[in-house]
Write a protein that binds this ligand. Structure first.
Ligand SMILES: C[S@@+](CC[C@H](N)C(=O)[O-])C[C@H]1O[C@@H](n2cnc3c(N)ncnc32)[C@H](O)[C@@H]1O
Length: 268
């Protein structure tokens, strides 16, 4: 039944819906008048959800309930078509508040990869900010564009195809630079050229050797307040008997390096 609260919360063609049956069966689909979805628990005629509010409960032809939920930003990230590894929500959430960016910011993202980070940044700097996303492999940019367009934020991303360790960045006076590349130390000086003074460089690296080399280069070149963290997430099983952490899940993702650019005055 529709309530006044559902005004503006109605599923319309083009909306992304998370169709949830259970933990193992969650599908991200784009709403359309004619749309069928099949699962081993039955077929769903998703045309019938148009005009219903998010939160709608339907039934498969085998009588199993499905739920039409609003996808989170983390859902959008996990459902991108992957051509590379992607950043994880636990890490992105943390670094967003560890910088000074928000709506209207101009940020750099390297490399674009599958576009998961660029997509989150685009949502964060919208409506009038911009993500300048750099990637040396053209075919990855094409895939990332599709992923970001699906999430509805392509208007806040501009792509450049180049090796930034060699060619650097086009933009200047940038509010934050995010690096997710194998050799971040090779990009630090180029990032310093693009960044505003006092603002942030963030770098993801899975291995300690990469972190050490990056931190050394940051300390030697115009960066201060260099910090490194690892974010650990443990999901908890809540059930009738034996409430405790899950044994399996995401363990190590990346070390997060953060640093701020300084602008020494001449003669000091
Ligand atoms: C791990 S992926 C990035 C994933 C991305 N952050 C995401 O969330 O989807 C690393 C990407 O960086 C690109 N890359 C590595 N070094 C680069 C460089 N010097 N210039 C431009 N792109 C680079 C690689 O081609 C690869 O696509």
């Amino acid at each position: 039944m529709m309530t006044p609260m559902d005004q503006g919360n109605v599923i319309t063609p083009g909306d992304l819906i998370l169709v949830y049956l259970d933990v193992k069966r969650q599908y991200l689909v784009e709403a359309a008048e004619k749309l069928n979805l099949s699962s081993d628990l039955g077929n769903m005629d998703l045309g019938e959800v148009i005009g219903r509010p998010f939160g709608y409960v339907g039934e498969t032809h085998l009588g199993k309930k499905y739920y039409c939920l609003k996808p989170s930003t983390a859902d959008l990230m996990f459902k991108v078509k992957r051509r590379t590894t992607i950043v994880y929500p636990k890490d992105v959430g943390y670094v967003l508040v560890e910088t000074a960016i928000g709506p209207g910011s101009r940020v750099i993202d390297v490399g674009t990869g599958s576009g998961a980070l660029a997509m989150v940044l685009a949502k964060f700097v919208a409506p009038d900010g911009m993500v300048f996303s750099y990637e040396r492999r053209e075919e990855f940019i094409e895939n990332a564009k599709c992923n970001i367009e699906r999430a509805g934020c392509l208007q806040n991303v501009k792509f450049h195809c180049r090796d930034v360790a060699i060619e650097g960045f086009t933009e200047q006076a940038i509010d934050a630079v995010f690096l997710d590349v194998a050799e971040p130390w090779a990009v630090v000086l180029k990032a310093a050229d693009a960044l505003k003074g006092g603002h942030y460089l963030v770098s993801w690296s899975p291995n300690v050797e990469q972190v050490k080399r990056t931190v050394e280069v940051l300390r030697e070149n115009q960066f201060i307040r260099v910090r490194v963290s690892e974010i650990l997430e443990r999901e908890i099983l809540v059930r009738q008997q034996g409430v405790r952490p899950k044994e399996r899940g995401i363990t190590h993702t990346a070390y997060l390096v953060r640093a701020q650019k300084i602008v020494p005055q001449s003669g000091k």
